[in-house]
Design a binder for this molecule. Structure first.
Ligand code: XLS
Ligand code: NI
Ligand code: NI
Length: 439
């Protein structure tokens, strides 16, 4: 049964109108078919909306209740409510030209009292989603399970000290994997919000991490046995809600994946505000993942420089995203993933059209940044400037060092025979000026 209610009546399809357009809800840079660096913008990004923020987040914070009343959240029956929410999502995605979405199991429909009723509900709502996906061509970028909201997960899910909770979490992941596979999801995400600790005093960290690894192995094996061919992503975050999360940052996760023999199936989903929370820049985290061959997907948002928490604002910092797009293009893009707007409206953005302003801004920003980054890479001379910095490794002894044919004694003899190094400028300001010139 299709309800197909409409919620954004006053808003038509958002079109590309070019940089000079005065229309507030138009794309100035995101022209989906435009080819940049050999690929259409739509294929570079695979833009996705986040079900939890866009259609579920009413603006609640620790100091007050929600400020937005979503017209799709009023029905009293959970299935009716879920269908109306799905209608609103497909209407918005269609109008924005968002070709993908991402979901947690209980974004799609409210969790019920029992596991079996929750699973029944998920079956019904994924049937409905499938109808809408078939009708529109909209796809699932990734699915995941919410293993952090329910109080049973207060001390962790896969890393909970109580086996009963671990088993419950596994049951939930099994069903979230089934739902993702049923909807043709291209990837599956693990974000371990409560996989960490609040106090080391009561925590056996080694044992918990081994449980996490076992949990990921079992999840992967199950999904593969059901025919899932997509990529699994771990989404690093250093803290919040836990004091310390095991998936702290990209480097930590890459070490974990290698240590526990998961590196062939898992890559990284990098969120901007998680990168900055861990004391890194967004581009740093992208670079770390790219260097390990694990640059899988992006959760786009931004933090606030004056705040130390995960504000999840919609991205609008051109400089930040341009630096990130340099890494993105050099790496040849994302492996399997896309750009998911894991971002929420401000609490006092209470109109329905604010969702459109937010996504249009984010999509346009990524397009503009990618175009600028491509131009920097092809026209500014930055690539040769950077490789010349390493020119001493391209021939003679430097080359032998790189290829492994020098010993420590050889290096000693080389240094002893030379006049010693002279200072070579890093020219940071010159590089920085290149960015300003092309954005
Ligand atoms: C929260 C995370 C979360 C994941 C999916 O900080 O970003 O939204 O992306 O569970
Ligand atoms: Ni986040
Ligand atoms: Ni995220």
């Amino acid at each position: 049964m299709t309800t197909n209610r409409k919620y954004f009546e006053g808003i038509g399809p958002i079109r590309y109108e070019g940089p000079d357009s005065d229309t507030p809800l138009a794309f100035r840079f995101y022209d989906p078919g435009r080819v940049v660096a050999g690929k259409a913008l739509r294929d570079h990004f695979k833009f996705a909306c986040a079900f939890w923020h866009s259609f579920g987040n009413t603006g609640m914070d620790p100091f007050g209740s929600g400020t937005r009343v979503f017209p799709w959240a009023l029905a009293s029956d959970p299935l009716d409510r879920a269908r109306e929410k799905m209608d609103s999502a497909f209407e918005m995605m269609g109008k924005l030209g968002l070709e993908y979405f991402c979901f947690h199991d209980y974004d799609l429909i409210d969790e019920a009292e029992s596991l079996s009723e929750s699973e029944r509900r998920l079956e019904l709502i994924t049937d409905y989603a499938l109808e809408k996906m078939t009708a529109t061509g909209i796809k699932v970028l990734w699915g995941t399970a919410n293993l952090f909201s329910n109080p049973r997960y207060m001390s962790g899910a896969a890393t909970n000290p109580d086996f009963e909770v671990v088993a419950y979490a596994a049951a939930q992941v099994k069903h979230a994997l089934d739902a993702t596979i049923k909807l043709g999801g291209e990837n599956y995400v693990f974000w371990g919000g409560r996989e960490g600790y609040m106090s080391l005093l009561n925590t056996d960290m080694k044992r918990e991490q081994e449980h996490l690894a076992r949990f990921l192995h079992l999840s992967r094996d199950y999904a593969r046995s059901q025919g899932f061919q997509g990529t699994f992503f771990i989404e690093p975050k250093p803290c919040e809600p836990s004091k310390h999360q095991y998936d702290y940052d990209c480097s930590t996760v890459i070490g974990f994946l290698h240590r526990y023999d998961l590196a062939d199936d898992f890559k990284l989903n990098i969120e901007v505000n998680h990168a900055t929370l861990s004391g890194h820049t967004f581009e740093h985290e992208l670079q770390v993942a790219a260097d390990a061959g694990m640059l899988g997907s992006i959760d786009a948002n931004r933090g606030d420089n004056q705040n130390g928490w995960d504000t999840d604002q919609f991205p609008n910092n051109l400089y930040e995203v341009t630096e990130a797009m340099l890494v993105f293009l050099r790496a040849g893009g994302l492996q399997g993933g896309g750009v998911n707007f894991d971002a929420k409206l401000r609490r006092d953005s209470t109109d329905l059209d604010d969702l459109f302003h937010a996504h249009v801004g984010g999509m346009d920003l990524f397009a503009r940044a990618l175009i600028a980054a491509d131009s920097i890479l092809s026209n500014s001379g930055i690539e040769s400037l950077r490789s010349e910095r390493y020119a001493s490794f391209d021939s003679e002894s430097g080359k032998s060092f790189e290829s492994g044919s020098m010993t420590l004694e050889d290096l000693h003899n080389h240094a002893a025979e030379s006049d010693g190094p002279l200072p070579v400028s890093g020219k940071q300001e010159k590089y920085e000026n290149l960015i300003n010139r092309f954005i």
